[in-house]
Write a protein of this length. Structure first.
Length: 252
């Protein structure tokens, strides 16, 4: 038994060195003498030292924070934008064989695509149609990274930063637009009120008894409050007639 120890101990050490663990969320890319020889699923795998090499690839969804990018919109407005890209490795073999560093490559592609996408839209479109622009960026990056075995799940534009002086200009423009709408609405209201008043005046002038009914309604409204004082305006001709009838009534 003692004679076998020099053989058993090195063999055990070799097995321990050769044993590699692949976690459930990983895939192993195996190379034998420099050649790709297949993918390995989760579990313990024997990797022969010197002759074989195992590269483990994380297949979980990754969130890449794209740093602020300087861009110019289609209407020549300078802005700064940043975003988050969510992607995962769908083919571990391609991710290792087709691109040197897929993590760095995805970040660089995202920055370039964001600048190009912003340059194709105006500032108003960038602020109002952020989801649409994000979907467009996602489609472009997903198509470009497909040969690398990468699946882009979503792209979210986080912030759109514009210069402070431009913010003040936009604020003034928005205020002027609100005042414009207020003036238009008031003018339309005055027009409708004038039309209704003209129609009412025409009806009172043409319909028999309409003016008397309106007068009685007004008197009724005034008399509902005892604190109101009602002043009656009588034609001068009626007053003269009453004066002329005064002596006659006195004679009786």
């Amino acid at each position: 038994m003692n004679s076998l120890l020099p053989i058993i101990i090195p063999l055990g050490i070799l097995i321990l060195i050769s044993l590699k663990q692949i976690n459930q969320y990983e895939r192993g890319v195996m190379f034998t003498m420099g050649r790709f020889t297949g993918l390995k699923d989760a579990g313990w795998r024997i990797v022969i030292p010197v002759f074989q090499r195992l590269i483990k690839v994380d297949t979980r969804t990754k969130a890449v924070d794209v740093p602020d990018q300087e861009a110019i919109t289609r209407d020549n407005i300078p802005v700064r934008i940043n975003a988050v890209i969510y992607y995962r490795v769908s083919d571990a073999g391609k991710a290792i064989l087709e691109v040197e560093n897929f993590f760095w490559a995805m970040s660089q592609m995202a920055q370039t695509t964001m600048r190009n996408a912003v340059g194709e839209v105006t500032l108003d479109e960038l602020l109002q149609k952020r989801d649409k622009i994000s979907n467009k960026i996602q489609g472009i990056i997903d198509a470009a990274s497909d040969p690398w075995g990468i699946k882009v799940e979503s792209v979210e534009l986080k912030d759109v930063i514009i210069p402070e002086d431009l913010k003040r200009t936009i604020s003034k423009e928005a205020e002027a637009e609100r005042e414009k709408r207020a003036v238009i609405i008031k003018a339309e209201g005055d027009k409708i009120a004038a039309t209704n008043l003209a129609a009412a005046a025409k009806m009172l002038a043409t319909e028999p008894g309409a003016m008397h009914l309106r007068t009685l309604q007004t008197v009724n409204d005034l008399s509902s409050d005892q604190s109101n004082t009602t002043i009656w305006m009588l034609p001068i001709e009626l007053m003269d007639a009453m004066k002329s009838m005064g002596p006659l009534m006195g004679k009786k």
